[in-house]
Design a protein around this ligand. Structure first.
Ligand code: SF4
Length: 479
């Protein structure tokens, strides 16, 4: 039976699809489209009614669709170092015109199927059908996909009109992330990290387009100093002037207030959704939260997103009342998953957790997008509180609070090769969690976008070690 999708999830999917579709249509009409970092104050662009899309979400989607390596390698071939964040490499390759395209046979024009893809065929009893010739499970042809190769949009567009040009354009992967319109301006806020600054500067230079930059200094203290607020508010004023020049429109105070109201409604509903992970058993898995990250980033200033998240909260309340969960296994252990998931390897991440009954009931990455504020100064302070821009004391405090509230038995830390600012202080955090919470921690090496940096065998061993430690902890408590 097909998995039931709740009304809230369906509404959120539509919200994101609409943002990307409207941006594509706007571009075709000759209107401006911007690219924005995920924690740039979207309320500013919303005040001008500008179309904006989000390269980080795009890169995560490209990685989850297994094109991450192709695009990361393309960026490296353009001269970008392999040590640069995978999202940045994917985005820079895309900005340079690189595209993942289906491989076709030039004689027949047919796409060439990659035999390693597809799901195993099942018989009427649900058992895998074995191919007599190879002795291996047969693949369901309906689920098989073509080989993916790299193509270049600039080269394609330089071709004379004709069959070759049409075929190559049609071969570009149809996923929305591979059809994102090119930027006319970029909006960058480095509350995420400083890699972002160089990434966006490069795009601005590559396309010769304006860059609107909000510089948020790293916070060495838990409180945000008033001088920071004044410095950032000054930049908001400059950004508004720049956006007036870019759009040719005056700043619309009413639209700005509406966007702020919507963003707050979205943030409150999103935090409510995140908090449902406190229930035991949790009504869903932290992996479901990761899937909604794109929604909160892409559309948090839109009323449709606020309504969809409120609907999702209602759906989850119902799920809790019925004592149900979307996690497809009984919850034996609860863990915090630290960091960004390895998008190209989600099934490999999930498999050992499922085998051992480990549910992810706490994540830091998701609630970090819950910006709630009542006025402009509070808005500035809210945007200062991103995971990579706060001091270690604040970071530990957030995580330990979530671990306690969500009742975790252990912590699984992703040492993400892409995200150095995040991974750099994790060893010290791990030490503090173990000390303060008395829960075991296990770390594994991986990457959010580049599958070359993940090793399934190492991950499985680390999960196994964590499970053994959690089991020993539980036995000691019982004794
Ligand atoms: S915060 Fe980490 S993952 Fe995000 S852009 Fe920066 S380096 Fe990459």
């Amino acid at each position: 039976m097909a998995k039931q999708v709740s009304p809230g999830v369906l509404a959120l999917r539509k919200v994101v699809e609409d943002v990307y579709r409207e941006a594509r249509e706007a571009k075709e009409r000759g209107e401006l489209v911007g690219w924005s970092s995920s924690k740039f104050p979207c309320e500013l662009a919303n005040a001008f009614g500008l179309h904006v899309v989000y390269p980080e979400n795009q890169a995560a989607g490209i990685a989850a669709n297994r094109y991450g390596e192709l695009l990361c390698q393309a960026a490296e071939d353009l001269g970008y170092d392999n040590d640069i964040c995978g999202y940045a490499r994917i985005s820079l390759a895309y900005a340079a015109g690189k595209r993942a395209a289906r491989k076709f046979d030039p004689e027949t024009g047919e796409y060439i199927i990659d035999p390693s893809t597809g799901k195993p065929m099942k018989d009427a009893d649900g058992k895998a059908v074995i191919d007599e010739a190879t002795g291996k499970p047969k693949k369901d042809p309906k689920t098989q996909t073509p080989y993916m190769v790299l193509d270049d949009l600039n080269e394609i567009m330089a071709l004379p009109d004709g069959v070759e040009k049409e075929r190559r354009l049609a071969a570009i992967s149809p996923i929305r992330q591979m059809q994102m319109p090119m930027p006319d301006f970029v909006l960058c806020c480095n509350n995420i990290c400083n890699c972002m600054t160089k990434w966006y500067e490069n795009i601005a230079r590559m396309h010769n387009i304006p860059l609107v930059m909000i510089d948020i200094p790293y916070n060495n203290t838990v409180e945000v100093d008033d001088t920071y607020v004044a410095y950032i508010r000054g930049q908001f004023d400059k950004a508004i002037k720049q956006l007036e020049e870019i759009s040719g429109r005056k700043f619309d105070e009413k639209k700005f207030e509406e966007a702020c109201a919507n963003a707050n409604r979205t943030a409150k509903a999103w935090l409510k959704v995140c908090d449902y992970l406190q229930y035991k058993p949790a009504p869903y898995s932290g992996f479901d939260l990761f899937n909604h990250m794109a929604d909160v980033v892409t559309a948090r200033g839109k009323v449709e997103a606020a309504e969809a998240f409120e609907q999702l909260a209602v759906d989850l309340e119902e799920t809790i009342k019925k004592g149900e969960t979307t996690t497809p296994f009984p919850e034996k252990y609860r863990v915090m998953f630290e960091g960004i998931p390895c998008w190209p390897k989600l099934p490999a991440l999930f498999k050992p957790l499922k085998e051992h009954g480990v549910n992810v009931t706490a994540v830091v990455y998701a609630p970090a997008f819950g910006f709630v504020y009542n006025n402009m100064d509070e808005m500035v302070r809210a945007y200062c509180k991103a995971p990579n821009s706060v001091c270690i004391e604040q970071g530990v405090d957030w995580r330990e609070g979530i671990c306690r509230d969500n009742k975790v038995d252990g912590v699984l830390v992703h040492y993400n090769r892409s995200c150095k600012p995040w991974s750099g202080y994790m060893a010290e955090m791990q030490r503090r969690f173990t000390n303060d919470l008395g829960v075991p921690c296990a770390g594994f090496d991986g990457d959010q976008a580049d599958p070359r940096n993940f090793n399934a065998a190492q991950y499985e061993t680390r999960v196994q070690g964590l499970v053994e430690a959690m089991e020993a902890n539980q036995k000691a408590k019982e004794a």
